[in-house]
Ligand binder design. Structure first.
Ligand SMILES: Cc1cc2nc3c(=O)[nH]c(=O)nc-3n(C[C@H](O)[C@H](O)[C@H](O)COP(=O)(O)O)c2cc1C
Length: 202
């Protein structure tokens, strides 16, 4: 992509979440959206598989937007003209959401647009482990556990992209649902697991 569009959506802050519960007005994001870049090239798949590993020494500086675009695409991007994703979903219901917790707010990934939209203001990384980037994998609570399976597919994709980009990552069960009441999750949805990502700190 030759240029990145920064689209300011005025007054998109919403006081009422899709879950039907009031969100704190001060915490609501401004709806700013950022178009992301899709990854190109990268290390061969076999090398990424060989290098995929947990590294808990994760830096606290923000992950740059190109890497964010690559990670979100690897986790939950649309990879075909028919609108399907890099991750298979049960009955193709596509019931997944991913949020990126960054220093400049919490951003919802919009896979069709390959963009992020700010849904919460402020640096919320301290609610987790303070890593440069924390991804939240969300879906509906369901009896068969499909949403948790989808979350696993998504964090594996992002983990492989970390291997390609030389980033540290750790899938973490860390106060995973701490933001759920504030996030614009549909009713009955939750965060299943998180993934902390950043430059290797050691
Ligand atoms: C669902 C899941 C939850 C995990 N939760 C944590 C966690 O809370 N804290 C942590 O340090 N590592 C966590 N891990 C990372 C595992 O400990 C790690 O994947 C495992 O030790 C194997 O190491 P590897 O990823 O390098 O192969 C989790 C991994 C998965 C898949």
């Amino acid at each position: 992509m030759k240029r990145r569009d920064f689209l300011l959506c005025a007054s998109a802050a919403c006081a009422v979440s899709l879950a039907g519960e009031a969100s704190p007005v001060l915490a609501a994001g401004d709806g700013k959206t950022i178009a992301l870049k899709k990854p190109e090239g990268g290390k061969p798949l076999v090398q990424c598989l060989a290098e995929r590993a947990t590294n808990r020494a994760i830096g606290r500086s923000d992950v740059d937007l190109d890497a964010l675009g690559a990670l979100l695409w690897a986790a939950w991007g649309v990879n075909r003209d028919n609108g399907k994703h890099v991750v298979p979903t049960a009955m193709n219901r596509q019931e997944c959401m991913v949020f990126a917790v960054r220093g400049d707010g919490v951003w919802e990934y919009m896979p069709k647009e390959h963009a992020v939209k700010r849904v919460l203001d402020g640096d919320r990384r301290g609610a987790f482990d303070g890593s440069g980037l924390i991804l939240l994998y969300c879906g509906p609570k369901d009896e068969r556990g499909f949403a948790a399976m989808h979350a696993g597919s998504m964090y594996q994709g992002a983990g492989l992209m970390c291997a390609s980009l030389g980033l540290a990552n750790c899938v973490k069960w860390q106060k995973h649902d701490t933001l759920d009441r504030e996030l614009p999750l549909p009713k009955g949805w939750q965060t299943f697991i998180t993934q902390s990502i950043g430059k290797p700190a050691a």
